[in-house]
Write a protein that binds this ligand. Sequence first.
Ligand SMILES: NC(=O)c1ccc[n+]([C@@H]2O[C@H](COP(=O)([O-])OP(=O)(O)OC[C@H]3O[C@@H](n4cnc5c(N)ncnc54)[C@H](OP(=O)(O)O)[C@@H]3O)[C@@H](O)[C@H]2O)c1
Length: 268
Amino acid sequence: MYASDLFKNKKVLVTGGRSGIGYGIAKAFLTYGAEVMIASRKQEPLQAAANELRTFGTCHAQVCDIREPESIQKLGEVIQETLGGLDILINNAGGQFPAPSNVIAQKGWAAVINNNLNGTFYMCQHMANTFFIPQKSGTIINITANVMRGFPGMAHTGAARAGVENLTKTLGQEWAEHNIRVNAVAPGTIATSGLENYPEQMQTFLKESEQKNLMKRFGTAEDVSHAVLFLSSPLSSYISGVTLAVDGLEHLAGDRMELYNTIMSFMK
Ligand SMILES: NC(=O)c1ccc[n+]([C@@H]2O[C@H](COP(=O)([O-])OP(=O)(O)OC[C@H]3O[C@@H](n4cnc5c(N)ncnc54)[C@H](OP(=O)(O)O)[C@@H]3O)[C@@H](O)[C@H]2O)c1
C-alpha cells in the first residue's frame, strides 16, 4: 500500500512488540524497510518473536520494563550500540484488567497508572533526551484506547490513556521546536492475543459486541499498524498532537456501559 522503502534506513523502537498489536506494528515497519528493536519484560517470548520477525527484516530485541527508569536507560544504550540511533518510538506496551471502580484496590489502580501512563512518559522523556532532541528529529506514537466517552469497567486504564492523550498534546507542542512529532493512535477492540487475557465470562460479551460494531467486525493489528505507519511517515509531516481513532466508530457509537454491566453480572 505504501512505497516498499518508505522506512528504509529508519530505526524504530516498538515497546510490547513481542505480541498482538505491537508485533503487527513491528512487522509492518520491517516490511517497509525499517530496522526494528522490540522491547518487553519476558525474555523468552520476546526472543521468539524477534526470531519470527527476522523473516521480514532486521529485528533486534531487548528486555525492558517501561516502569523502570534503569531498564529504560539500558534499552537506550543497547539501541545506540545495535541500531546506532533512533528515529521512531512506538509506545505500545501496556495492560489492564476489568473491574468496577468501587472494588479496584489501590495497588491495582497504581499498577495500571504506572504501566500505561508513567511508563509511557518515562519512555518519551528518555528517548527524546537521548536521541530526538540532540538530533533535532523524531516521531513518537502513543497507543492508547477508546476512552473518549470514559471507560466504565476499566476506570484505571481510561484515566491513564486520557492522560497519555493529553501528554501527546503537551509533548507535541513542547517538542515541535526540536522537529519531533508526537501523535497517538486509539484502537477500538482489536482481535489480538491481548483479548485472550480477559476472563472466560467476558469472551461471550466480546463475541456479541463484535456484531454490535457498526462495521460488524473487530479491528486487526494491520488496521492499527497502517495508521501508525501513516503517522510515523513524512505523509503526515504537518500532523502532531492528535489522537487518531482506529475503531470502526466505537468512540462515537455503542453502549459504553456494556462492559461494566457484563462485569457486574458475573460478580453477582
Ligand atoms: N487489543 C485491544 O483490543 C486493545 C484496544 C485498545 C488498546 N489496546 C492496548 O494496545 C496495547 C497492545 O495491546 P495487545 O492487545 O497487543 O496486548 P498484548 O498482546 O497483551 O500486548 C501487551 C504487550 O506489552 C508488553 N508489556 C506490558 N507491560 C509492559 C511493561 N511494563 N514493560 C514492557 N513491556 C510491557 C507485554 O509483554 P511482557 O508481558 O513480556 O512485558 C506485551 O508484549 C496495550 O497497551 C493495550 O492495552 C489494546
